[in-house]
Design a protein around this ligand. Sequence first.
Ligand code: SF4
Ligand code: SF4
Length: 290
Amino acid sequence: MTDKFIKGSNNNIIYVTSCCTNRCIMCCQPPLDEDDSTYHYKRNINLIDTADPETDYVCITGGEPTLSGDLLFDYMHRIWDKMPNSSIHLLTNGRSFANANYVEKFTKEANGKLFVGIPLHSDNYADHDVIAGAKGSFYATLKGLHNLGILGFEIELRVIILKQNYKRLDKIAEFITRNLPFVAQVSFMGLEVIGYAEKNYSKVWMDSECFTINLARAIDILDNSHIQTRIFNIPHCLLPTALWPFACKSISEWKKTNLGICSNCSMIDECCGLFSTSKRYSANLKPIIR
Ligand code: SF4
Ligand code: SF4
């Protein structure tokens, strides 16, 4: 994380709490049981107070930010007061939004530009709940998505590609087009191998050569339904060229790295790079010579 918010940067992050209602098998920042939201508050307030008023992007993340109660709303108001044109990207597991009272309060407080990112791990409750490590999370997340969708919030669905769901990427895409057509964007995401993802590596890791055909099918389905689709955290050399237009430079500068082989690659400026925090990388990385 940066020590200062910077205009035009996508590294402006407010880390709210380490608590979470899920225990995802690939969580890169494993949740804590102890509430540390007041510990993070002082640093976060300083970040907001010293920000350039022209800052246009702030990500609020955790843990599960909604568990910090009114502190989340305090952050949102302070961000929009200090940086009126700033868009907040709120990363949440979505479950709190299943509660009608919470949604009502959130709607009153959320009076600025907001994009809500919510992970959907599968098209069925059994797989989703196993990946999220929380029974009932699929239906709670879906209810939360619908409550936010009805109220017109802009939503990004995040599908992290794992051994548990890579065969069903096309089914997940079909599920989204039928049940969640109101979402603004679907982001398919490569894994950051740290935290539980490192601990559970052999259980969760799936190399791209096994999922790109299914990923292409999924993107085709969403594209045909006019749902914006993006690929995050998967370098160009691991994707077929047909998927390159969907691949984003998604990894924040402060945690991005390249390997020695990358210096000979013609796509180094377009590629998302690699997580410097990851403990392992794909064995299929190779420079693209054009
Ligand atoms: S919802 Fe996010 S923070 Fe919570 S356990 Fe899952 S990956 Fe970790
Ligand atoms: S070789 Fe390196 S720079 Fe080139 S696409 Fe792969 S990860 Fe990116």
